[in-house]
Design a protein around this ligand. Structure first.
Ligand SMILES: *[C@@H]1O[C@H](CO)[C@@H](O)[C@H](O)[C@H]1NC(C)=O
Ligand SMILES: *[C@@H]1O[C@H](CO)[C@@H](O)[C@H](O)[C@H]1NC(C)=O
Ligand SMILES: *[C@@H]1O[C@H](CO)[C@@H](O)[C@H](O)[C@H]1NC(C)=O
Ligand SMILES: *[C@@H]1O[C@H](CO)[C@@H](O)[C@H](O)[C@H]1NC(C)=O
Ligand SMILES: *[C@@H]1O[C@H](CO)[C@@H](O)[C@H](O)[C@H]1NC(C)=O
Length: 365
């Protein structure tokens, strides 16, 4: 169904590969822990070298860590991608994000206590989805950054962040063994607007790439990971699979959304409303019971004087999901991380603020 949307992207990918002969990040397999390389990225191409490393251990487990190996396991054990220095924007740092985690033992930074304000973890037949609310200034993001998408693809196929790897123990092949982690190839993570969403697809699933679609980088959590996450609530639920992102039914016909080019300006209307899949068996938790490893983590202090000069976002704080009283956890929308964007195309000014616009639409319906 999403096939025709992908055809032009293959052409882009082929053209880029011709200049950069590296193997795509999403085609590289590294068993954990024995096969983890120091860096998964070849270090060649227009975007420079991998900023951090994948080989992470007790010596790299601190708040300056540049670990770029993420784990997404459960509500109490997951990592988000965010800048190594800040405050900054996702759009300006997407190639260099590092892992910020909720649990010790992964060789990474930890998310400071209290930053997570509400988290919903859904387990479906084909993927896990974590949506939450966060004080993003505690993970080096500007308070007003409406953010964007991280995924292991990108126009040059080196991933955002470059060389970023992800592992999980959440899927049936690892059932019951919390110490066995498999590499997950298809995932996306939207960060920004005081919220985040991350979908990680079961590598054994026949449609992992469809459920974890990475080309709808401008339409945020509400469309990529429809949800009913609530600020202040920490819960784990079973859920049905949602429709593939971008796929909807209108007038009895199954359609695939085609995301307009950034050059056409902000996306101000959408032809469909995303559907939240049915969920059940929700169990709620106190955050203090979940995030015990975070208690003594110091608050994050700014490490740079502010956003880098090229930050030209136009998002107003009033356009964030938080300001609209979101109950649906809609996060970040805007950055050129999908395979449809050039690796060198870092300007996001025309599209920031989109998440708020789209969220407001969903909220009014
Ligand atoms: C720990 O990680 C660092 C950074 O990747 C690496 O230089 C070092 O060799 C690792 N140590 C061990 C024992 O693997
Ligand atoms: C595995 O981890 C989950 C969540 O992190 C925890 O609830 C569960 O008890 C763990 N299982 C075992 C066998 O330790
Ligand atoms: C569905 O049909 C109605 C009535 O013909 C039309 O106005 C509308 O644009 C159609 N919707 C889509 C998404 O094609
Ligand atoms: C976001 O906040 C930073 C720092 O306060 C400011 O420099 C920047 O202009 C703001 N951006 C927008 C789009 O409001
Ligand atoms: C979530 O709740 C916290 C605490 O009440 C609030 O500061 C924050 O703005 C809310 N976030 C969003 C995105 O609504």
């Amino acid at each position: 169904m999403a096939r025709y949307a992908l055809l032009p992207l293959l052409a882009v990918a082929t053209a880029v590969l011709a200049q950069d002969t590296a193997t795509p990040l999403a085609s590289k397999h590294f068993p954990y822990p024995s096969g983890i390389p120091y860096q998964a990225d070849p270090g060649t191409g227009v975007r420079g070298t991998q900023q951090g490393y994948n080989l992470c251990n007790s010596t790299t487990e601190n708040q300056q860590s540049l670990c770029q190996t993420s784990f997404v396991n459960h509500i109490d054990d997951f990592c988000l991608w965010a800048p190594p220095k800040g405050p900054d924007t996702i759009g300006d740092t997407e190639g260099e994000e590092v892992a910020w985690c909720t649990k010790k033992g992964h060789g990474t930074r930890l998310i400071p206590p209290g930053a997570l304000q509400g988290v919903q973890y859904l387990k479906t037949p084909d993927y896990i989805q974590i949506v939450g609310f966060i004080d993003q200034t505690q993970i080096n993001l500007l308070a007003n950054d409406s953010g964007g998408e991280l995924d292991p693809h990108g126009a040059d196929l080196r991933g955002n962040p470059l060389g970023g790897l992800m592992y999980s123990n959440a899927f049936p092949s690892n059932a019951g063994n919390n110490n066995s982690f498999e590499q997950v190839i298809e995932w996306h993570n939207f960060m920004g607007g005081g919220a985040f969403c991350i979908k990680v697809c079961d590598p054994a699933g026949a449609h992992a790439a469809d459920y974890c679609q990475h080309v709808f980088d401008r339409i945020g959590c509400a469309y990529n990971d429809p949800n009913q996450a609530q600020n202040g609530t920490f819960e784990v639920c079973d859920s049905d699979d949602a429709d593939y992102p971008g796929v909807y039914t209108a007038n009895g016909t199954v359609m695939t959304y085609v995301q307009p080019a950034e050059s056409l300006g902000a996306i101000s209307t959408m032809p469909y409303q995303p559907k939240v899949a049915a969920s059940s068996n929700c169990v709620t938790y106190q955050s203090s019971a979940l995030y015990t490893d975070l208690v003594s983590v110091p608050p994050t202090v700014p490490t740079s004087t502010g956003a880098s000069a090229k930050t030209t976002g136009t998002a107003k704080s009033g356009s964030t999901p938080g300001a609209t009283g979101s109950r649906s956890g809609s996060a970040a929308a805007a950055t050129p991380t999908g395979a449809s964007s050039g690796a060198e195309a870092l300007a996001i000014s025309t599209i920031s603020g989109l998440a708020g616009v789209l969220f407001a639409m969903a909220f009014l319906h």
